[in-house]
Design a protein around this ligand. Sequence first.
Ligand SMILES: Nc1ncnc2c1ncn2[C@@H]1O[C@H](COP(=O)(O)OP(=O)(O)OP(=O)(O)O)[C@@H](O)[C@H]1O
Ligand SMILES: [Mg+2]
Length: 418
Amino acid sequence: MSGGGRMDERYATIAVIDIGTSKVSCGIAHIGGDGGSITVVGKGTAVNTGMRKGVVTDIEKTGAAIKAAVDAAERLSGYHIEHATISVSGSHVEGQNSSGQVAVSNPDREIRDDDVDRVLEVCRAVQVPGSRMLLHVLPSSYIVDGQEGIQQPRGMVAFRLEARAHLITAGATAIQNLEKCVQAAGIAVDDYVPSSLAASELTLTDTERELGTVLVDIGAETCDIAIFHNNAVVHSAVLPIGAAFVTRDVAIGLKTSIAAAEELKINYGTCDLRTVSVSEQYTVPNEPGGRRIERIELARIIESRMSEMFELIAGVIAVAGPEATSAGVVLTGGGSQLDGITTLARDILKAPVRVAAPDGPLLGILDDFQGPSSAATLGLFSWVARSMGEIGIAEEPQAGLGGRIAGGFKNLLSRLRG
Ligand SMILES: Nc1ncnc2c1ncn2[C@@H]1O[C@H](COP(=O)(O)OP(=O)(O)OP(=O)(O)O)[C@@H](O)[C@H]1O
Ligand SMILES: [Mg+2]
């Protein structure tokens, strides 16, 4: 391992790729070191024109966008990416709840790891049609001899162990096509993480996760929704709607180009009609003659499409039950930056609403990685960091390196080195 030193062996270097409908973002970071921090050492973003509503429609274009984002991240960091954890979206990604039970196997009736593994295996054993793939089994809570709401059953004494879990499945061909795009860029996929869960990682507080919160990642053509309660995912869904459709409506409504509509939306758009005075006018960009439009007209178009979006989101929340919004709704993703969004969302969803950018133990070169549109990208780092902790590779101390370093970490690092 060239250039490897004491410092290098104290963390894992990993790569993530958020493959969105409007852009692909690739990041390289050191995970671990002091207190599980995420130090971004490379990043790259490229415009993606090969997807519709979160699903690949053109392998060549999406592959080229991935390659461009990866190349930029590699150049900046000096690392070579051979494999990465990626995000998945699209309405083919579905969540469903499952449960299972087993008898505790040990004669002393103490619940061990293998009992937990077995009960999750039962949860996992639902019928998944051949056209779908099971991506994740996320335990939500355990029931120990009828006692509900147990988060950590290991070490407890019982006859019977039950588990509830949230299962995420995805369309097999959609995943295969996405994998083809990543492979076309010369990269193997480590893990597929639903965009909603990636985006939730660094945006929700512990209290929000516990009391009940709806996370909505508003992207260009998808709204990725994950609902948390009692520190677990209890519901998830992907809606094929997003901020690009607002831009399209503006372009049609004001008879202008998509580029001009996007500029108008970002600079002067709002979905809170109450804040717009009737006298406000702006010039349509890139048009000869300097045509003027009324801001209220722009706002009405935006408000109408955004209301429709939040009505559909309200439908998803209603299915999850009243606890879903106990601590409110958190919006993130590029589309959450629209002016007036919290007011409109609060009126329709009838819950407190805030807009969140990724926040947490983030270090390194962040710059334009800090806004809501990077929630999923940076969240992917956090997801990988947590999985490393969960599978125990961060726990094994090695002699002479100050502890908490594992063989697994070194492997990841050397595989990444060019
Ligand atoms: N300042 C802003 N105000 C309003 N909207 C914005 C702003 N900045 C970006 N957007 C919108 O955010 C959208 C892109 O969001 P994002 O980057 O999260 O999408 P994506 O991840 O590529 O798409 P998806 O997740 O749907 O596949 C665009 O449609 C854009 O119009
Ligand atoms: Mg996205």
